[in-house]
Design a protein around this ligand. Structure first.
Ligand SMILES: [Zn+2]
Ligand SMILES: [Zn+2]
Length: 369
């Protein structure tokens, strides 16, 4: 079928809107009519070359939509179902999946994601001249329709607004899951969040949900810190003006119980670890994606106090369990995901959405169709 899509032809150039050919879903795949898709920093990392993907490519990986067609063996969904499409594609058979951490699935689906193909190693997207286009995270939702793995789809309730719950496909689930699943933050404990983009703000929202206090937000932009305050941050630190480690130590009795790095910046990872009060149970959680090969120094003596530093991929979520739960929390009015969406754009305005995101003007921009 013919669909309009935003294509990245070359690094550091705007996305171009063109009509492309999308094949039918194959085994274990479904065709989704995209209703909404968030613009995530990982898409922008690809545009800048910080994340290497084969070009030309159709980006987009934070979608929600309606199932249009199901491929052979895709038995869980029916046309008309409302779904969130998550980046946490999983096989259900590897050790990580068996351990209950499908977001860190070790097998083909996620490897293929970075190769620009679907899980079976082939592509469904072509240009008018027949040239193949790469997929991004087996989703490529900067397009009117997308073929995705059935395991990447999570059916959600019919009354869920897709232009909000689409954020649960990547950024929002990463932040919420980090608090609820990975750190298991307890009421009354203190939290610091480094980076107030979509992921960091979702982390703050979840920290508030579980009753953390104080909640410290760290960023370089005052505009983002103000957004953090709206979502529950009680202490704001502009790291371009003061040392966050010193400030957090001064404001939080020597350090916080939990810190979260939501940027992918190695200096912030060091700071996040050093902001945790050195006592057993203290934990620094790294959510951001740093360039492959990057390293960072940390003070080793802190391990004598049993402080933990850990990674957390897509919030360590179990998509089929956790995403419907987060949707329910939103619909009940206690997890205000809609506050993360500060602007809507049409597909034709996608470069504007990218620019506004980079400039820190908006929390999350959502493309709607
Ligand atoms: Zn993302
Ligand atoms: Zn697996």
């Amino acid at each position: 079928m013919k669909v309009r899509a935003a294509v990245l032809e070359q690094l550091n150039t705007p996305l171009g809107i063109e009509e492309v050919e999308l094949d039918d879903p194959k085994d274990n795949e479904v065709l989704i009519k995209v209703a909404a898709t968030g613009v995530c920093h990982s898409d922008i990392h690809c545009m800048k070359g910080d994340l290497s993907v084969p070009l030309p490519i159709v980006l987009g990986h934070e979608a929600a939509g309606i199932v249009e067609k199901v491929g052979r063996n895709a038995t869980r969904l029916q046309p008309g179902d409302k779904v969130v499409v998550t980046v946490a594609t999983y096989c259900g058979k590897c050790p990580a999946c068996m351990m209950g951490v499908p977001s860190s699935c070790e097998t083909d689906p996620q490897t293929a994601m970075l190769m620009g193909t679907m899980a079976d190693g082939t592509k469904r997207l072509r240009r008018k001249n027949g040239d193949e286009l790469s997929h991004f995270m087996a989703q490529s939702s900067f397009a009117e329709y997308a073929v995705v793995e059935e395991s990447a789809t999570v059916k959600v309730r019919d009354d869920a607004p897709l232009d909000v719950v689409c954020l649960l496909g990547c950024g929002a689930s990463t932040g919420i899951g980090a608090v609820l699943n990975k750190a298991r933050v307890k009421a009354g404990s203190s939290v610091a969040v480094f980076g107030c983009g979509g992921v960091g703000l979702a982390t703050i929202m979840a920290a508030k949900l579980v009753g953390a206090h104080p909640i410290v937000a760290v960023d370089l932009l005052d505009s983002k810190l103000e957004m953090a305050r709206e979502l529950g941050a009680t202490t704001l630190v502009n790291a371009s003006q003061e040392d966050p480690v010193m400030k957090i130590a001064a404001e939080c009795g020597g350090g916080v119980d939990y810190s979260f790095e939501a940027i992918g910046n190695t200096a912030a990872m060091t700071q996040a670890f050093h902001s945790v009060y050195p006592r057993p149970g203290g934990m620094a959680v790294v959510l951001g994606l740093a360039p492959i090969g990057a390293t960072f120094p940390i003070e080793a003596w802190r391990f004598m106090r049993e402080v933990v530093i850990t990674g957390c991929t897509v919030g360590s979520i179990r998509p089929q369990l956790d995403i419907p739960r987060y949707v329910d929390l939103f619909m009940a009015g206690i997890l205000p995901l809609d506050k993360l969406v500060s602007a809507h754009y049409r597909l034709e305005q996608i470069n504007e959405a990218v620019k506004d995101t980079l400039e820190g003007k908006i929390m999350r921009g959502v493309i709607t169709f």
